[in-house]
Design a protein around this ligand. Sequence first.
Ligand code: SAH
Length: 338
Amino acid sequence: MPSTALQGHTLPSSSACLGRATRHVCRVSTRSRRAVTVRAGPLETLVKPLTTLGKVSDLKVGIANFYDESSELWENMWGEHMHHGYYPKGAPVKSNQQAQIDMIEETLKVAGVTQAKKMVDVGCGIGGSSRYISRKFGCTSNGITLSPKQAARANALSKEQGFGDKLQFQVGDALAQPFEAGAFDLVWSMESGEHMPDKKKFVSELARVCAPGGTVIVVTWCHRVLGPGEAGLREDEKALLDRINEAYYLPDWCSVADYQKLFEAQGLTDIQTRDWSQEVSPFWGAVIATALTSEGLAGLAKAGWTTIKGALVMPLMAEGFRRGLIKFNLISGRKLQQ
Ligand code: SAH
């Protein structure tokens, strides 16, 4: 990420930036055992990843272990939100924590959500989105994460902050959610979609638990939308993503256009999409710049080899954004009233 990307924005403290680095870096430890071929093809290719990926259980265990191990460190350095900030061009300088809150606000705005009664937080981290949105709308929230420690911490923080029984967090799989059909009027997935090995099942579960008239929101990493007549990504692009996938242990990616088709296939309407790759780019610049400070480098060295390996891959993420290959997208849709 070029240093010019940082101009006009407040950098967080070194430890905070390193915290963000650590989240991405630590993903390495869960994503190291195999390379995954990136597919950019038609909808059908999104239907079969469970079989092509093979050891989905390994992926789940890896993700759970990673968040069990890293979440306390992340919280100490960055606070309760484990997602990118939103930094629109020309906006006044703001802190990264404010930018993370702005990401939630902008997401709700684009999705047209002005109220909610019952929310589900799919891939909830330590519950930051649930607490913020519950304060805003007075809604309840049920959060699921693969990490038992995250679920426990999310419950403890929410109790401490006086939410009582309004917010409940548990271990659960987004691909087989422990909830009744139609249980929630706001279905929220903030930066968990990139972990999902079966995007079709993921979206179908989001749609299933959504109540008629409710809203489904996914904010996630995607690859670029393919041009007309393009059967897939170019070889050089595949090679870049292969290196990232190998280091970060990510399953197959898809484009926002693929997500749109999956939303449509579930009968969701009023579909909105956004490409916020520009708006999040200062965040990556800050992470890389801070990881390269003496404090950042010392922290990386202390953390160990898998962390260093992840840091070495960060410039490839920045390169992917620069080349227009990697995108940061929002997709939202509404379930029809019955
Ligand atoms: N949405 C939160 C946390 C994002 S970190 C925030 O914005 O702060 C990614 C989260 O996705 C983690 O909590 C991780 O446990 C969760 N996750 C990944 N795969 C999952 C799955 N299959 N089922 C449920 N949660 C999952």
